[in-house]
Design a protein around this ligand. Sequence first.
Ligand SMILES: C[S@@+](CC[C@H](N)C(=O)[O-])C[C@H]1O[C@@H](n2cnc3c(N)ncnc32)[C@H](O)[C@@H]1O
Length: 396
Amino acid sequence: MRRLVAADALHEAGDLRQAELLYRELIDRFPDIWQLYFNCGLLLFESGRHEEALESYLRGLAVNPASDDLLYNAAICQKELGRYQAAIEFYLRALAIAPDAIDSLYNLAGCYRSIDDEHRAEEIYRDIITLAPDHLPSLNNLAYLTHKKAEIKSARQLYEKILEIDPGHVSADFMRAALSGETRTHSPDSYIEEVFDEFAGHYEQSLTAKLGYDLPSSLYDFYAQHLPDHKPEHVLDLGCGTGLVGEKFSTLCRSMTGVDISGNMLEAAHHKNLYNSLHKAEIIDYLDKCPGASYGLVISADVLPYLGSLEELFKKVLSVLADGGHFLFSVEDHPDDVLNPVLQQSGRFAHSKKYVRKVTGQAGWQMIAMTTLDLRKERNDWIQGSIYLMCPHPVS
Ligand SMILES: C[S@@+](CC[C@H](N)C(=O)[O-])C[C@H]1O[C@@H](n2cnc3c(N)ncnc32)[C@H](O)[C@@H]1O
């Protein structure tokens, strides 16, 4: 099969057009060789042509219905196409042939999570750990799901197990600290990026539809109430996520800039066409490099709970503000008068009113208005937070 070797070589060298032509020619001549459909499917998938890749795998399965490789890859296509139930069926068929295939089990669990069957997903992660006790992604997912059910002791043990296997595991270290009541001043950047990259695909559905999150509207109403005639020219949205703030504020201003550490969240914001520019950056790094004082309004909606200490933030935002500019932001409240950020079991920081007053005052801010509100639900309870509208202190 010299031509198959040649097609594979072209594929490997990245000449996908020529490789595809050769595969198709070979399929016409040898329609009973299932590997040709498989290889061609891989190429099509790699080119982002998921529907065509699936079709190739299905043709291969018509020749060899017992190929777990074809079933596995057909499942991946269905998942990529957002057809989770169909993907589950293919994974189950692949697993009927190769029951201990970790990748199939792991992806199957992911599909169950995508259709909100976390119970089934958890069972599968446990099966994987029985087969492969050091499988970190399964341990990590299991820790997350256990934590979500508020089974704190079990979740902490799982994070500890992850750290035994990989002492440098940043997310597990941070979450173990959160569950153990340890003091931290910041969330690790890689942890935030990982969490929101993972969350991006279902962020809006989860937050707005299920958890009652409507903070961008509350911020908009609050701003309009206190500064009714203000129309800032340029608005900076720090931690813009999928662009929910842009949906509210973009009609108020001439240009909107969004900054976020998560590429997947930014991708969703990009599709809304509301921002004139979007930057993938850590907020403090972005503010450090930001050229000059140009923003009439800086907004940060539900982002400060991920930052921890706020001293730097308040200093740096001042430096990018245009004359007459404002900072509008939210925090999760800490009920006591603690003078430092408090890492909660959720992995987010709470900030007391006294702490916010202290750090904003020290940085040179003056409060225009503040109000307390329900931010969103966590399990069945509302999380209490506050929104603040500030301007630079006239003497600073
Ligand atoms: C809960 S979401 C809020 C998104 C958006 N503001 C909204 O109201 O829907 C928090 C966002 O802040 C981003 N974020 C958190 N810490 C960050 C940091 N240090 N630098 C950049 N982005 C950060 C996350 O990636 C995430 O997209």
